[in-house]
Design a protein around this ligand. Structure first.
Ligand code: NDP
Length: 331
């Protein structure tokens, strides 16, 4: 038997509980999977917050074990790449949405989805990074692919005190970028500075409708907020600048114009972590292991037991979570 966060629906009635499941139930729910993992840590991402509270249709197959992330040890495998004892990380691929997920002590996945835990990173640290941190790295890789270098100018990070934002700031600062952090939480200015932000700006300056072209400020943007914030950030890009769109904390809409793109040669890059091809994931995780300051990672992370995920889910949806929350599934 093992514990899991189990989501079920009966008509309009939604239920989310910690309950015991057995290996037979897991095998029945994952008939096409070839690797069984003893999960050590998972995490609560924004999407997990939506799933655990049933706030938007994240879960599309019922019943579901929640959790879009997992890190642990392989206990059984018929996949050529994996053997018992291997340490692995799993992000996305529909896990926790259409496939039983990682907020559980045991999970079964396709071997093709798994990333080997990089040397020097523990399973707990991997989940402190989680989908949010791995997405931040995908965004930085995309910006650099578009030619961004530290001497190009300031980089704006929106949703700065959140998971994607916190990891993005730490990574950018470590690579020598000057980072401006946009936040709604003035009280977190010292926290953001400790991660490496050179400047903190009030997110209210970006969140309302603005002009299609504004004063040129940013060489690049990492945005986890969407809506008017992304539109204004694009309108403030310097000539040839690039913005990476990761999220929708303010909204799914993008009330912008083509002006920054056709008049300033700017680029908008979309970042998707869920179906990102394996080689790019492996590259992102290797770079996270090499580049991310572990002291900063510890500073942005707190750990809760499996039952603690429900409170965190509500907090993350109300924008109250600072940094990252790891779930110790054994506690
Ligand atoms: P968090 O909740 O940790 O961070 C989001 C941050 O956005 C908040 O901390 C807050 O930061 C800011 N924010 C919250 N509400 C609003 C609002 N109404 N207006 C403006 N800013 C707001 O979430 P994550 O960092 O984990 O994820 C961020 C976004 O990225 C989510 O939308 C998520 O779904 C998306 N995402 C997308 C992925 C992909 O594959 N593309 C992968 C991972 C996440 P502050 O208080 O500092 O302003």
């Amino acid at each position: 038997m093992f514990k899991a966060i189990y989501l079920s629906r009966d008509g309009e009635q939604f239920s989310a509980v910690v309950r015991e499941l057995d290996d037979a139930a897991l095998a029945a729910a994952t008939p096409n999977d070839d690797v069984t993992v003893a999960v050590e840590y998972s995490t609560v991402n924004y999407k997990d917050g939506l799933a655990l509270t049933n706030k938007s249709p994240v879960v599309r197959t019922w019943p579901m074990v929640a959790g879009i992330d997992a890190a642990g040890t392989v206990v059984d495998s018929s996949h050529a790449a994996w053997k018992p004892g291997d340490k692995v990380v799993l992000n996305g691929w529909g896990v926790g949405e259409t496939h039983w997920g990682g907020l559980a002590q045991r999970a079964r996945f396709k071997g093709d989805w798994l990333v080997r835990l990089p040397d020097g990173l523990s399973t707990r640290q991997a989940m402190a990074i989680g989908t949010a941190g791995y997405t931040a790295m995908l965004a930085i890789m995309a910006l650099e692919q578009h030619g961004l270098k530290p001497d190009a100018g300031d980089v704006l990070v929106t949703g700065a005190s959140g998971g994607v934002g916190s990891v993005a700031i730490a990574l950018l600062a470590a690579r020598g970028y000057r980072v401006a952090a946009s936040t709604g939480k003035a009280a977190e200015a010292a926290y953001l500075a400790s991660l490496g932000a050179a400047e903190v700006i009030d997110r209210a300056t970006l969140s309302a409708a603005g002009k299609p072209l504004q004063k040129e400020r940013w060489a690049a943007v990492i945005d986890s907020v969407g809506s008017h914030t992304l539109a204004n950030a694009c309108a403030q890009l310097r000539y040839g600048g690039v913005a990476a769109a990761c999220g929708l904390a303010q909204g799914m809409d993008f009330p912008s114009s083509v002006a920054p793109f056709i008049l300033r040669g700017c680029t908008l890059v979309g970042i998707d972590s869920v179906m990102c091809p394996l080689p790019r994931r492996q590259q992102a995780w290797q770079r996270l292991a090499a580049d991310l300051d572990r002291t900063k990672l510890d500073a942005i992370t707190r750990v809760v037991p499996l039952s603690g995920a429900f409170d965190v889910a509500r907090e993350i949806l109300s924008g109250q979570v600072r940094g990252r929350v790891v779930v110790d599934v054994s506690a």
